[in-house]
Structure formats: C-alpha cells, structure tokens
Design a binder for this molecule. Structure first.
Ligand code: TYM
Length: 336
C-alpha cells in the first residue's frame, strides 16, 4: 500500500450553524492548504449525535456544512468532501481503537469534562469515547497532517498516542504519527461576550458569536455590542495579552485581513474601540457576506450537493477500505 507523506484529514460537526471560530480556526486554513496537500474533508455527523440532534435538522446541517466548505473556496473536484456516516470504515476502526486507548487517557480529555460538566452520569457513552472515533477518522486515511483549531489539540495528542500504541502492540509501522496544523492568527476565537471563553455553538447568547449565516447588519451589530474595556486600544502585544476582549477583536481583524496581530495593534494603537469596531464590522461583513450568499445558493441545489457527497463517499471508501483490511489482518481477524 502506498504511504502518503502529505495527506490531510479534518472534520467539522453538523451540529448547528457554523460560526466565525469554525471558519477562521479551520475552514479558512483548509482552503489555503488544498494546493499543497491531498485533502479529505469530512462532515462528522457521527460525532454530532454524541448529543441529541433532531433528525431532519441533522440532514439539513450536513448539507449546509458541505455547502460551507465549497462556498469558502474548497475545490470539490480536487479534494475529497464526504460525510462520515457514509464511510463505515470510520466506525469499524473506532471500535478497534477503543480497545487500544486506555481509560486513563480518555479521563484526561478536558473537552469531555467541559461538555459533561456536573452531568457526567447522564451524558452519552459516545460523548466519552468520541476521541477514539476522531483518531479513526484521521488514521483510516493514514493522514499525516490535521488542520484544526487549538481546542482540538488534546484530541490530536490522543490520536498520536493511539497510533503509536497500535504500532508498538502489533510490531508494525502502519500508522503515521499525524501532526496537528494549528494555523493563522485566530487559533482560538473567543466569545464576543467574554474574552476568556471560547466562541462556541453551545453558548446560550447569540451575541457571543458571529455565524456564517448572519446578515451583514447582524455582523456589524454583534461587533458593535462586543464586550470591551474602557481603555483605548493597546499599543503592544504584551499589553493586549492582559486584555482578553481587546486581543480577541484584534486577532479577528488580523485573521480576516491576512495580516499579523502585531501589525494590526500598531495600526490601531491608542485609538478608540468605536472606530476599530466599525472597521472590524465592515471587514467581517464584507468577507463573510459572499460566503453566506454562496451557501444559500448551494442549499437551493440539493442535487448538486448530493452528487458531490456521493462522489466523495466513493473516493473516501476506496482509500479507507484497504487500510481497514490491513488493520484487520494485523489484529488477527479472519479475512472475509
Ligand atoms: P468542531 O465541529 O467543534 O469544530 C470544527 C473546527 O473548528 C474549530 N473551532 C475553532 N477554532 C478556533 N476558535 C474557535 N472558537 C473554534 N471552535 C471550533 C475546531 O478546532 C475544528 O477544527 N472533534 C472535532 C471534529 C472532528 C475532527 C475529526 C477534526 C471529528 N473528527 C478529525 C479533525 C480531524 C470537532 O468537534 O470540531
């Protein structure tokens, strides 16, 4: 079997509307990596059902994330865009990995602790074992690189541990040890209401996040209302780092304008937030509006989206199936 040396896999959950964190932390980077790497981009619906999803909405959101990939500039011909549940090898490998991963490793996952909170007796088993499925998503393609936002770093470390333990236990070198690619200025986009909390789909406040589906007016309003402090903008990075809301807005500006944060800080040093927020609102709405328009257009062409999803499924299975076959042989399962 050919071993790739520049292959990417990454995934996005269809568990709600996409927000600016998903775009800047992940999808925008997918776009810039697609020329250099062979890429597999996956709508991870199996991950979404670790918490309750309304069936009709899940189907709609699965197409919507696919549309967002394309609308953001991912070439659906060159790359493999597919839906996780349509490629059964992910779940099959995940079972083997749940026998490789140790309870102690999963017990350390901070995202599970955050999501389960005080309710850990009552959340699904899937929410707990989720990182073993994520490892399978990556390793079933022998992916070497994984672009993600910073919040996924710990899951990537677990994936590396699983790959290493599998290779050691079975004395082989089937799996690469994949590298995280945590890129860009907005590696961890924070809530617009609290600069110490990650921007997320689950925050109860709509004003905490900008959605790809927001209108230009909504984007401008949300940025205008974003929490800040009473001081003028900082004039250096060290000062900005002690002001989480200011730093978040400055990094958003940097990421959206493809500049580095220090340059943006220099340009706005000592200025008032009112002017900066106006510029940021205009910038964000002008960058996101064409994407949102294109998503809506694609959502009206279900046949086109489904044909891309179907082609992606075939391509993904053609790579995943021989890897699973080899895993089964290595483990000692009888061949079918
Ligand atoms: P998900 O669906 O929560 O998020 C999709 C991508 O968006 C990034 N992201 C952020 N980046 C910066 N700031 C934020 N506030 C922010 N919020 C989300 C995430 O880091 C992610 O890159 N477990 C994954 C999905 C997954 C996956 C995979 C990723 C399943 N299998 C295999 C990579 C490889 C998740 O829940 O992402």
């Amino acid at each position: 079997m050919d071993k790739p040396n520049k292959r990417i896999l990454s995934g996005v959950q269809p568990s709600g509307d996409l927000h600016l964190g998903n775009y800047l932390g992940a999808i925008k980077n997918f776009v810039s990596l697609q020329d250099e790497y062979e890429c597999f981009f996956c709508v991870v619906d199996l991950h979404a059902i670790t918490v309750w999803q309304d069936p009709a909405t899940l189907a709609q959101k699965t197409r919507e994330v696919t549309a967002a990939f394309i609308a953001s500039g991912i070439d659906s011909k060159k790359n493999t865009l597919f839906v996780q549940s349509q490629v059964p090898q992910h779940s099959q490998l995940a079972w083997a990995f749940s026998c490789i991963a140790r309870m102690g490793w999963l017990n350390r996952m901070t995202q599970f602790k955050d999501k389960a909170g005080k309710n850990s007796e009552n959340v699904s088993v899937g929410l707990y074992s989720y990182p073993t499925l994520m490892a399978a998503d990556i390793l079933i393609y022998l992916a070497t690189h994984v672009p993600v936002g910073e919040d996924q770093k710990q899951h990537l470390e677990l994936t590396r541990d699983i790959a290493q333990k599998f290779n050691n236990d079975f004395k082989n070198d089937l799996f690469p040890i994949p590298e995280p690619l945590i890129l860009g200025e907005a590696k961890r986009v924070m809530s617009l209401r609290d600069g110490t909390k990650k921007m997320s789909k689950s925050d109860p406040s709509d004003y905490s996040r900008i959605m790809l589906s927001d209108t230009q007016d909504e984007i401008i309003q949300k940025i205008k209302k974003a929490k800040t402090d009473p001081l003028p903008l900082p004039d250096n990075l060290v000062a900005a780092k002690s002001r989480p809301e200011a730093l978040n807005l400055l990094t958003l500006y940097a990421a959206l304008s493809d500049a580095d944060t220090e340059t943006v800080i220099r340009n706005y040093a000592g200025k008032h937030f009112s002017q900066f927020k106006k510029d940021l609102g205009d910038l964000a709405s002008s960058k996101l509006a064409p994407i949102s328009l294109e998503i809506n257009k694609l959502m009206n062409d279900k046949d086109f989206l489904d044909s891309i999803i179907n082609t992606g499924k075939e391509k993904a299975i053609s790579v995943a199936e021989p890897v699973l076959k080899q895993v089964y042989e290595i483990i000692g399962f009888l061949s079918r």
